[in-house]
Design a protein around this ligand. Structure first.
Ligand code: FE
Length: 200
């Protein structure tokens, strides 16, 4: 089957576009973790869902690593020691279609790790080996000034929560619903956001 033409993304095809990425690229390895990229993101969504989180949080957990697919670097680039800024890239592609709480969770999920390492003494011990490795490339724990600035984000709580599901969603063999299970919810979030008109 030929791939649909996604050269122009819209509220009508963004969910299919993302689903297509999950399908074609989901089996890619996740930076030295025991799970694939799609398993990892689907596990995050499942954990959010099971925690009773709302659509925005489930969407954020599901999409937090989508930025690994939006730039020209191979996805093992970070593993090789180059920070490919997948957090910024992911937020940028989602921004036209998703509310800021979703894009903030995506944009700051790496920063949240640096924040938690600086503010939660038990957090570092819960990081996977691969995550500790990338932490150093990402700038290490935040400084006091960085912590203070980061804590001002109105979506701080959501950002931290998605980061925690990110950490927990690395379980080999965990059963999750497929992407298609979440597609109607994602479309709802997109439609609701688009109906609010252009945002500041
Ligand atoms: Fe992740």
């Amino acid at each position: 089957m030929t791939r649909p033409d996604y050269s122009s993304l819209s509220a009508g095809n963004i969910v299919d576009f993302i689903g297509d990425i999950f399908e074609r690229r989901g089996a890619d390895s996740y930076l030295g973790e025991q799970v694939t990229m799609s398993e990892h993101m689907l596990q995050g969504a499942k954990l959010a869902d099971e925690a009773g989180a709302g659509d925005h949080m489930v969407a954020a957990a599901l999409l937090h690593d989508i930025g690994h697919y939006t730039n020209e670097f191979p996805d093992d680039a970070l593993e090789k020691g180059v920070d490919n800024h997948h957090d910024e890239a992911g937020a940028a592609v989602l921004a036209p279609f998703f509310p800021s709480v979703v894009t903030d969770c995506v944009r700051y999920h790496v920063a949240a790790k640096r924040y938690l390492c600086a503010t939660d003494p038990g957090y570092f011990d819960r990081l996977s080996a691969a995550s500790v490795h990338t932490l150093n490339l990402q700038g290490g724990p935040m400084s006091e000034e960085e912590v203070e600035a980061f804590a001002k984000n109105p979506n701080l709580e959501a950002i931290i929560q998605v980061r925690i599901w990110d950490e927990e969603g690395k379980v080999p063999g965990m059963e999750t619903p497929p992407f298609s299970h979440y597609a109607p919810m994602l479309q709802r979030v997109v439609d609701e956001h688009m109906s609010m008109g252009p945002q500041e």
